[in-house]
Write a protein that binds this ligand. Sequence first.
Ligand code: IPD
Ligand code: CA
Length: 267
Amino acid sequence: MENLRALMEAVCRIAREAGHFLKEERKSFRREVVQEKHAHDYVSYVDKASEKRIVSALKELLPEAGFITEEGSAVYQDEPYCWVVDPLDGTTNYIHDNAPYCVCIALRSREELLLGVVYDPCRDECFYGWKDGGAYVDGQRIQVSNVQQMEDAFLVVELPYNSCQYARTGEHLIHNLYGKVGGIRMTGSAALAICYVAAGRFDAWAEAFIGKWDYSAAALLVLEAGGRVTDFYGNESFIEGHHIIATNGHLHSTLQQLIQEVPPLGM
Ligand code: IPD
Ligand code: CA
């Protein structure tokens, strides 16, 4: 597709508008409006309204594209392009008035990611990038860290909603990393954790049972920032996957091996 950069600038505006909507709604947000989609997986009118706004703006921008969205308000019917949208990543943080949370928009062709935008209204930071065009935060080019040893690594071990299938892997990772690396965090927003890998703020992230909308936009930024993204098996063609590792490249195989010692049930 020609002129990805111009398209991406328009997508940044759409993501920012949605992010401002999230922040405004947060001021009057009440816990009574929260519904549970699955155990501990929450949603509210804010996620749904944010998605409607984004979808309608993206439809105007590129009428020939379909949609994969977390709240399912639009569909993909084998169109040549596909928007992948999370209207609010970090919903559990949001409903508890915690940061961070964000808006994620990626554009895919059938085979590859073309552009990605992740806007964090809490810090007013917009991460974006496009295929072969690099990755940026608010006009500054970003790149992954150069940390080479696990003992120096600052990692994210996110624990997905699917606790029955992930508990053994999560415990194994924490048991083997805690006290042996520079630090471990759990952010509550997979998309922002991955963006932080792209920006060199974290060195590695991994999570299973995760939606395409959670990782697609940010994963492209890691690749454009010089990092590595694969599924838990090490496949570079991860865009249909649900078990994803994103790192600065140096730590990738060590983290992958650790995960494979006790792989998630059903992997
Ligand atoms: C979730 C967040 C969380 C991750 C979950 C995701 P949501 O997305 O990214 O950090 O652990 O697996 O589903 O539900 O807030 O959009
Ligand atoms: Ca979401």
